[in-house]
Design a binder for this molecule. Sequence first.
Ligand code: NI
Length: 136
Amino acid sequence: MKLKRFGVSMEESLLGEFDRLIESRGYKNRSEAIRDLVRKEMVEEKWESASEDCIGIVSLVYNHHQRELDSKLNEIQHEKHSNVLSSLHIHLDYHNCLEVILIKGSNRDIKGLADSLIGARGVKHGTLSITNSNPE
Ligand code: NI
């Protein structure tokens, strides 16, 4: 297999901690440790996207004076009503609302729905947290 070299910049303190970690795990060098870390992330990513039983928590902060945003967010949730478990709406101040939406479904369903909600025009800040609904 052909190996390719690339440079990595890192704070000195972080590199020091990394060196201690890889030594304690018995790696011969940084390259070997980084390869393993990358592989681990790839496996998790694949596992996550294949996972069927997940719960997603979406939070949205938006200005409710933004034209048609309220009804747009409502419409998106109604379209996927079988995935939406619950939602909580808090009027943060005169302009801003916080909405927290609980979603169930496959990882893919949840990410798709979260993307349309977070990506709706006028949403100022949105986050998604996903957890497996039947952890081992
Ligand atoms: Ni509100």
